[in-house]
Design a protein around this ligand. Structure first.
Ligand SMILES: NC(=O)c1ccc[n+]([C@@H]2O[C@H](COP(=O)([O-])OP(=O)(O)OC[C@H]3O[C@@H](n4cnc5c(N)ncnc54)[C@H](OP(=O)(O)O)[C@@H]3O)[C@@H](O)[C@H]2O)c1
Length: 381
């Protein structure tokens, strides 16, 4: 149990610096009020940072260990994952990304936006979590030994998955959940465009779990067996077949490579097009003008077009954790990178051909103190 570490003498804490050992021995350690909820912490940690936009600016660095403020908690990071969003944030493209993330340089210098790990410090006003709990969710700065989370952006980790598998869920898994919800799939004929990718592979599983009558997946021939293994009833190999040649009740579109009129022709009269991603990510505004235009054009007629920017609602974390523990959803990892090897991960994301998820094992990176045991039961399919 993680509690044991915090209740044992200071010299047994593997994360304590010599300074803390000395000051704690004198009775005035840092923090001065080290308690079960706020245990003593190390001074510095390994983090993957970026001082300027561009993949060449990514480097490993020592950073001060952050402290949880009001409404926040600190997580000792076990794992994270890479998404197309991480590539956009790291490169500052399309330009509109910089509106939120900093014009000249990234506002959040520590990279990584999703996490699974163990709560190791509670800020004031956080009553819903306890130190030692295994949690997952959205953060800024997950590629580091410790990160800070808002209490309303995390949830208890599923118990039937490893921490590395769990870390892949918050962005792609909940985006898939939101898309399937918008697609209103129960009893329907559904197709997932981009079924072998991060979002798509969860979307196929969730569509089946949510009672879709027929789930098809669009992928390359090389990934057909993988997508079939997720439970897809039909495979459309994009090199040789065109998914718009058939009609669907809902199209979950993770690729965004077809025009609105092609999609209209592939939907039944009251069909739903759920746009998760779009291939146009260049220029200042990326896909935004096209998406906004669709909002206007698709207001007329019985077919509908939906797109969303992930709202980070904790109910999605709760729901995906349940689906995992019910045995209905798994994370399929094409690879697990260490934080010393992230640059290659960004290159792979940029290629647009990763299969399932690219995970990042933070806890077992060289130079990073190993994590405490969690409630993880370590089931890897
Ligand atoms: N709206 C939101 O809030 C939200 C949230 C998360 C993600 N997203 C967006 O959703 C999109 C998908 O994300 P992701 O994490 O799933 O990306 P990803 O994992 O990088 O997707 C890669 C997959 O796409 C497949 N693919 C590439 N071209 C294809 C094509 N023409 N037809 C069918 N499949 C194709 C690849 O398979 P092959 O190698 O076989 O080609 C690969 O398996 C991205 O644009 C991302 O930014 C949006």
């Amino acid at each position: 149990m993680v509690y044991a570490v915090y209740l044992t003498p200071a010299r047994e804490d593997p994360f304590m610096t010599s300074h803390q050992l000395a000051t704690t021995a004198q009775g005035h350690g840092d923090p001065t009020e080290a308690t079960l909820d706020n245990p003593p912490s190390p001074d510095s940690m390994t983090a993957v940072v970026q001082h300027a936009y561009g993949l060449d600016a990514i480097e490993n660095s020592e950073r001060p260990v952050p402290t949880a403020g009001p409404g926040q908690l600190r997580i000792k990071v076990a794992a994270s994952a890479l998404n197309p969003m991480d590539w956009h944030l790291a490169t500052g493209t399309p330009g509109i990304v910089r509106l939120a993330e900093g014009f000249r340089r990234p506002k959040h210098q520590i990279l990584g936006r999703e996490v699974c790990g163990v709560v190791d410090q509670l800020g004031s006003g956080v009553d819903d979590f306890e130190v030692g709990q295994s949690v997952f969710g959205w953060v800024t700065g997950a590629f580091a030994e410790y990160t800070i989370a808002k209490a309303n952006r995390i949830w208890l980790a599923p118990t039937t998955m490893t921490e590395v598998e769990c870390a892949a869920l918050p962005i792609a898994g909940t985006a898939a959940l939101e898309a399937i919800e918008l697609g209103d799939v129960r009893g329907q004929r559904v197709i997932v465009n981009g079924a072998s990718g991060g979002v798509g592979h969860y979307a196929v599983q969730i569509a089946k779990a949510r009672g879709a009558a027929w789930v098809a997946g669009v992928c390359s021939s090389g990934n057909a067996d993988f997508v079939r293994g997720l439970g897809a009833d039909q495979i459309v190999e994009y090199e040789s077949a065109d998914f718009t040649a058939e009609r669907w009740d809902a199209i979950i579109d993770c690729i965004g490579n077809r025009s609105g009129s092609e999609i209209r022709g592939a939907l039944v009269d009251d069909g739903r097009w759920v746009v998760v991603g779009d291939q146009n990510t260049s220029g200042l505004l990326g896909p935004l003008p096209r998406l906004l235009a669709r909002l206007v054009r698709w207001r007329f007629g019985s077919q509908s077009c939906h797109w969303f920017v992930q709202g980070e609602e904790v109910r999605y974390l709760e729901e995906i954790a349940s689906l995992v523990d019910e045995g209905l959803v798994r994370s399929h990892l094409s690879d697990t990178l260490s934080i010393g090897d992230l640059r290659s991960g960004y290159d792979r994301i940029e290629s647009g051909h990763t299969v399932g998820k690219l995970a990042v094992d933070v806890a077992s990176a060289p130079g990073v103190a190993s994590n405490e045991p969690s409630n993880d039961v370590g089931v890897t399919p």
